[in-house]
Design a protein around this ligand. Sequence first.
Ligand code: NAD
Length: 262
Amino acid sequence: MSALLDGQTAVITGAASGNGRGIARRFAEEGADVVAADIQEEDRLGGQPTHELLEAETDVRAKYVECDVTDRESLESAVGAAEEFGGIDVMVNNAGIIGPQKPLTEVGYEEYRGLMEINLDGVYFGTQAAAAAMIEQEDDGSIVNMASAAGFEGYPNLTPYSTAKGGVRLFSYAAAADLGQHGVRVNSIHPGQIETAMSSEDMASDGSEPSEQSDQSSSGIPLGRPGSPEEVGDVVVFLASDLASYVTGESILIDGGLTNTG
Ligand code: NAD
C-alpha cells in the first residue's frame, strides 16, 4: 500500500524539537523526504537529532540545515536544500517561541519585535521562499503555517504571541488567495495544549503569570488530555496530501475541542 506522501519532499522549520519533530516523524512515516531546518540541530528535550532519527527509523532521506527563520536568505537556502531530494513539494513554517508572558503594559518593544520576527516574519519569509520555488518548478505545492489556538482567542499575558498567531491565520488566508492560481495551497493549523519543550518551559514559568498552556488545564479540555506532536503531524500530513487537494485558505484547530466548547 502506498503511503500518503510517497515521493514528496518537505522542508520543515523548527524541526529539531517538539511539534516540528513530530511533524517530521509523521512525514517520514508517510514516505516524504525531509529537510529539517532549525537554528539548532539538537532536540531541546535531548535525544538524537531529527534527521538521524528519521533515517534510522524509516526509509526516507533526511538532512539537517541550519536555518534562522528571521533571516530571509537563510530560509531561501533551506528551501534550496530540497533540490537534493528533487525539489520542494511541502513547506511547513513551524518554528516559533512563546515570547514574553506578562501584561501588555509591561511588554517592551524589543521583546515584542523579537517575538514577531520569529513567529510572524518567519512565516512570511518561509511562505515567500517556498512559493517562489514551487511556482518555478511549475508543480503544485502545499504550505502549512503553524499558528495556535491563540490565533483565535486572546489569552491574558500573551499579547505578542496572540498577535503573531492571529497574523499567521490571516496571512495564510491572503497567501492562499494569491497562490491558488499556481496550484499552491496555503493553510494554517492551530494547536491548543501540546506536550513539547515549549509547554514545559511555559509551565515552569509558574510565576503568577497565566499563559497559553498553564491557563488551560487538561480538565478543561473536552478530550481530557494534552495533545502530542505526532497528533499535530497527522493533521499536517492530511493538509500536505492529495486528500486535501481542494482545501486552501483554511485554519484548523487541533485542541481537543477546547476553543469551541464551554
Ligand atoms: P519547541 O520549543 O519544542 O520547538 C521549537 C523549535 O523551533 C526548536 O527546535 C527551536 O530551535 C526552533 N526555533 C526557534 N527559533 C527559531 C528560529 N529563529 N529559526 C529556526 N528555528 C527556530 O516548541 P513547540 O511547542 O514545538 O513549538 C513549535 C510551534 O508550535 C511554534 O510555532 C508554537 O507557537 C506552536 N504551538 C505550540 C503549542 C504547544 O502547546 N506546544 C501550541 C500551539 C502552537
